[in-house]
Design a binder for this molecule. Sequence first.
Ligand code: NAI
Length: 354
Amino acid sequence: MSQRSALDLAAALGHEELVFVQDGSSGLRAVIAIHDTSLGPAVGGTRMRPYASLDEAAVDALRLSRAMTWKAALAGMNWGGGKGVILGNPARDKSRALLTAYARALDRLGGRFHTGCDMGIEGRDAAVLARLTKHVSHARPGSRLETADLAALGVLESIRSVAALLELPLEGIRVAVQGLGQVGLRLARRLAAEGVRLTVADPDPGRVERAVAELGVTPTDPAAIYDAEVEIFSPNAMGGVLDDETLPRLRCRAVVGAANEPLGEERHAEELAARGILYAPDYLVNAGGLLSLLHETGEVDEEGVLARVRGIGSLLTEIVGVARTEGVPPLAVADRRARERLDAARERKTRGIP
Ligand code: NAI
């Protein structure tokens, strides 16, 4: 894809702005996508990856920034959606000069984009950035509110709600956890503490061994996790995992996980519904990580953030209730709620109402 088609995609997805950054002295090459600022400044993490091309990086930023708009809108936050991506190998190419150049690029956006950690950009990098620009935040050292743990808490509360909707006690249900990374392992710990029976998979044997030793979970091959006979399948690794090949193999009653965009295509939400599998919208279930921002920016105290994250469970119950009444997938109801909030904000902006 040429830069022209990245711009076409930006137009098709409704982006406000797409910024390409090139800094000769530090070697920084980055893309910042600002999707929508109707509800407030755009927010979204910055990731650093060795993208195959600038176009691949731009597409990642465009898709992820739009998802942030929906996530913030549904979570009731006064923030819009954005995403930053830095091209390069975080282990080799990350330098103070590169982070400084990125901070300057953020400053030039004048507060239209606020960012933090994502893949390849760790807490200590965000701490460096935060000293250079006020448009970066990160969990304070010693804070109870670690982003990945809040994401895991939101997934746990969603699973609690789904168990109730399926009229099952949480204790004793079977959950398949795909991915034991930052969120997946924390989720597995929380579920095990509730007496949930876990089947887990991760291609990293060290992570699996640790979970087995610590939690007594049942390991399975990553290729076989879709076949696990469980009540809930919980994707916590990469996106796009539920497609025409894997979806018919599922032997669960619900899909509830932290992974962003686990559906191969939007139509897979309807296919899950047709198979009687409840799909809990990813961007509602995993909003706990984003909600941590409310504390990082000083909008809400620790207890307030924890209450908001726990509230993900009750919002999910409400959305599934509406979906059942209307006979549509919960994702359709979540999308509509987010869209209504955005439309109302745009309307207020157009009319100049604060
Ligand atoms: P991570 O990179 O720490 O963990 C991903 C794990 O998945 C790794 O252990 C990896 O080995 C494993 N994995 C890779 N391929 C796999 C496969 N085929 N089968 C099973 N496991 C596989 O990532 P993290 O941060 O835990 O994020 C997981 C998902 O949750 C991502 O989709 C991310 O976008 C999403 N998310 C993360 C948040 C956070 O705060 N970290 C917040 C909200 C969503």
